[in-house]
Design a protein around this ligand. Structure first.
Ligand code: ADP
Length: 587
C-alpha cells in the first residue's frame, strides 16, 4: 500500500465518535466512499464504508483495542490501492500488502502490528531495466516497454499503466533503477516507472473474455482425470474441517502449471498459515527446479489478525493476479478460505446494524462473491496478448453442511466443484474429493486439449471410469442389503474394478515423493491399465473362469503400486503384460 505519502496533502481531520470492534465512526471527516483513512493516535489503517450526513463509518484493518472517542482520523483521499511492481514474487504480505519480513524487522514480530506502514514493494532496491521499445515508437496503455528479471523464473514486464493515454516514446533508459525512477517518457509528458498503483476494488481493464480451452494441469489424478479446471476458470473446494482443503490448495499451488501463483491465506488458523509460510520458501518448483517462491506471492491473514483485513487480502490478491495476467501470464489464485471472508462481512454488517440476509450474512454476500470470481477468466489483453487468472476458493461450511449460504452462493458462480468429503477423509481416502458430488462444467471444452496433447481417447476412457463408478454406487445399495456374494459374477467383477479405480487411481498421496505429482500421461496410463484389467477379466469371465480366480491373479494388486512407481512407464507396461498373460492362462 502506498497511500501514506499523500497524507500531508489532506488536512481535513475527523474525530472518532465510537469504536465497535473493527468498525469506527467519525464525525467531521471530509471523505468519499472507500477512501483510506488513518484512525486514532496510532494511525491504524481503515477504509470508509458508509457516509451518513456528518457521520463516516470506517472498517479498520488493524486491531482497535485502546482506540477511543476523541482521537483524530485523517483521510488520505485515496482509495485502497496496491503497489504493483517487481519484488512482489517471493514476498509474503499481510492483508494490506505490508511485507511480513519488513514488519517483523520493525516490530520484532509479525502478526502484532499496529499503525506501522511499510511499502508493498521495496522502493530503494535497484532493478536492471532492459527496454523493449525505442525512441519514436508509439505505445498504448498496456504495452510492454521493457523487462526486469524479477526472479530466476519470472521476467517482469514493465507496462504503460492502463489509465495512461499513451503516445510516442521520447526518452528511454537502460540500466539499474529503483521502481520510482522514470524509465520511459512519452511525448505527452507521461512518465513511466517500474511500478504502478491500482485501486483494489476496481478490476484492471482488459479486453474480452475468451472461452478457456486449456486445462490448468494440476498433477492430481482426480482433478485432471475427472473434474478438470480450465486456465481462466473458477473452482470451489468446500469441505468440513480436516477433510483436506488446505492440502488440496497447497498441492495446486505447488504443482499446477500456472506461471504465477497468488496464495491467499485468509482467516485460517495461524499455525496453518505459518506452515505455508515456512514450507513454501523451501520448496522447489517442479517446472524449473528453482524455488517455488520465485513464482509465488503469499498473502497471509491469519485468524489472529483483525477480521476486516480478510476482505482487503482477497482484493489485494486478485489485483496482484490481474497485474501478472496483464503481462501475459497464466495466474492461479487460491483463497483459503472464502468462508472466513464471508464471516468478516457478516460481522461488519451486523455492527452496522444492516438488515441481515440468510443466516445473518449480509444481503450483498452473493454479489461480493460473484464480483470476486468474475475477475477470473482468460482475457484478451489491452496489448493484444492473452493472459488468464484461474481462481480456486476454499469454502469451510460449518459442520460440512453444503446447504449453508456461502457454499450455495459459491456454487452458483463457479464451474468446477471439488466436494471434499469427511467420510472419505476419515477412511483415509485422499484427496477426499467425492466423485459422485463433484463436477466440472469445463470438461467438454477441455477434451480437445487432452486428446491432442495426451491421448486421443482421453474422454472415452474417463467416461468408462465414470460409468463404472456410477454402477458401483448403485450396486452399493444392494450389497449393503444382501452382501457382495449375492451379486451376479459380472457385477462382482465390476465392483472389483471400481475398487481399483478408487484405490489405485483416485487416491493419491500428497505426502509421497513420487505420488504427490502425476503427469497427465501417467494419469491416463494408470487408468488404461485398470481398463486393461477390466477388459481381460471380462473376457476370462465370459470364457467361464470363476470371478474369485480372476480377482486373485498376482498382477492385479500391483495396480495399487502404480502411483508410487518411479519408472512408471516400464512398471505399467509390465503390469499390463502380466495381467494379460495371467488372465489368459486361466482359460
Ligand atoms: P482442512 O484444511 O480441510 O482442515 P487439511 O488440508 O489440513 O484439512 O488436511 C487434514 C489432513 O488430511 C492432513 O494433515 C493430511 O494428513 C491429510 N491429507 C489431506 N489431503 C491429503 C492428501 N492428498 N494426501 C495425503 N494426506 C492428505
Amino acid at each position: 500500500m502506498s497511500q501514506a505519502e499523500d497524507i500531508e496533502s489532506v488536512d481535513e481531520d475527523g474525530v472518532i465518535e465510537s469504536v465497535s470492534g473493527p468498525v469506527v465512526t467519525a464525525t467531521d471527516l471530509d471523505a468519499r466512499m472507500n477512501d483510506v483513512v488513518y484512525v486514532g493516535d496510532e494511525g491504524l489503517m481503515g477504509e470508509v464504508i458508509e457516509i451518513e450526513g456528518n457521520l463516516t463509518t470506517i472498517q479498520v484493518y488493524e486491531e482497535t483495542s485502546g482506540v477511543g472517542p476523541g482521537e483524530p482520523v485523517q483521510n488520505t483521499g485515496e482509495p485502497l490501492s496496491v503497489d504493483l511492481g517487481p519484488g512482489m514474487l517471493d514476498s509474503i504480505y499481510d492483508g494490506v500488502q505490508r511485507p511480513l519480513d519488513v514488519l517483523e524487522e520493525k516490530m520484532g514480530t509479525a502478526f502484532l502490528d499496529r499503525g506501522v506502514d511499510a511499502p508493498g514493494i521495496d522502493l530503494e532496491k535497484e532493478w536492471e531495466f532492459t527496454p523493449e521499445v525505442e525512441e519514436g515508437d508509439a505505445v498504448e496503455p498496456g504495452d510492454v516497454v521493457g523487462v526486469v528479471e524479477e526472479t530466476v523464473t519470472i521476467d517482469h514486464k514493465v507496462m504503460v499503466p492502463p489509465d495512461y493515454e499513451g503516445g510516442d516514446v521520447t526518452a528511454i533508459e537502460h540500466g539499474e533503477f529503483n521502481v520510482e525512477e522514470t524509465v520511459v517518457e512519452l511525448d505527452n509528458g507521461e512518465e513511466i516507472q517500474m511500478h504502478q498503483e491500482w485501486p483494489v476494488r476496481e478490476a484492471r481493464p482488459a479486453g474480452d473474455k475468451e472461452t478457456p480451452t486449456e486445462p490448468l494441469v494440476t498433477g492430481q489424478r482426480v482433478q485432471d482425470g475427472l473434474f478438470p479446471l480450465a486456465k481462466g476458470g473458477t473452482a470451489a473446494i468446500p469441505g468440513p474441517f480436516g477433510s483436506g482443503k488446505t492440502v488440496t490448495q497447497q498441492q495446486l499451488a505447488k504443482w499446477s502449471d500456472a506461471d504465477i501463483v497468488v496464495y491467499i491465506g485468509c482467516g485460517e488458523r495461524g499455525n496453518e498459515m505459518t506452515e505455508v509460510i515456512e514450507d513454501f520458501p523451501e520448496l522447489p518448483d517442479p517446472q524449473t527446479g528453482n524455488p517455488l517462491m520465485a513464482r509465488t506471492c503469499l498473502i497471509a491473514n491469519t485468524s489472529n489478525m483483525p477480521v476486516a483485513a480478510r476482505e482487503s487480502c482477497i482484493y489485494t490478491g486478485i489485483t496482484i493476479a490481474e497485474y501478472y495476467r496483464d503481462m501475459g501470464y497464466d495466474v492461479a489464485l487460491m483463497a483459503d478460505s472464502t468462508s472466513r471472508w464471508a464471516e468478516a462481512m457478516r460481522e461488519i454488517s451486523s455492527r452496522l446494524e444492516e438488515m441481515p440476509g440468510e443466516e445473518g450474512y449480509p444481503a450483498y454476500l452473493a454479489a461480493a462473491l460473484s464480483e470476486f470470481y468474475e475477475r477470473a477468466g482468460k482475457f484478451q489483453l489491452m496489448n493484444g496478448g492473452e493472459g488468464s487468472i484461474s481462481v480456486v476458493g476454499a469454502v469451510s461450511p460449518p459442520g460440512g453442511d453444503f446447504s449453508e449460504p456461502v457454499t450455495q452462493n459459491t456454487l452458483r458462480i463457479v464451474k468446477t466443484f471439488w466436494a471434499l468429503d469427511a467420510d472419505l477423509a476419515e477412511r483415509r481416502h485422499f484427496p477426499s474429493i467425492n466423485w459422485n458430488e463433484s463436477y466440472s462444467l469445463y470438461k467438454d471444452q477441455l477434451d480437445p486439449w487432452w486428446e491432442s496433447n495426451v491421448a486421443g481417447d482421453w474422454a472415452d476412457t474417463r467416461q468408462w471410469a465414470v460409468d463404472i463408478l456410477d454402477e458401483e454406487d448403485e450396486l452399493q445399495e444392494i450389497v449393503q442389503l444382501v452382501g457382495k456374494d449375492a451379486l451376479p459374477e459380472d457385477q462382482q467383477l465390476t465392483m472389483e474394478i471400481a475398487r481399483y479405480i478408487r484405490e489405485a487411481w483416485l487416491q493419491q498421496n500428497a505426502l509421497h515423493d513420487v505420488d504427490t505429482y502425476c503427469e497427465p500421461e501417467k494419469t491416463y496410463r494408470m487408468l488404461g491399465a485398470i481398463k486393461t484389467f477390466n477388459d481381460e477379466a471380462f473376457d476370462a469371465l465370459d470364457a467361464g473362469v470363476p470371478v474369485e480366480e480372476i480377482q486373485d491373479v498376482d498382477a492385479a494388486p500391483q495396480l495399487n503400486r502404480m502411483g508410487t512407481a518411479e519408472e512408471w512407464e516400464e512398471f505399467i507396461d509390465e503390469i499390463e503384460n502380466d495381467l494379460k498373460e495371467q488372465l489368459r492362462a486361466l482359460y
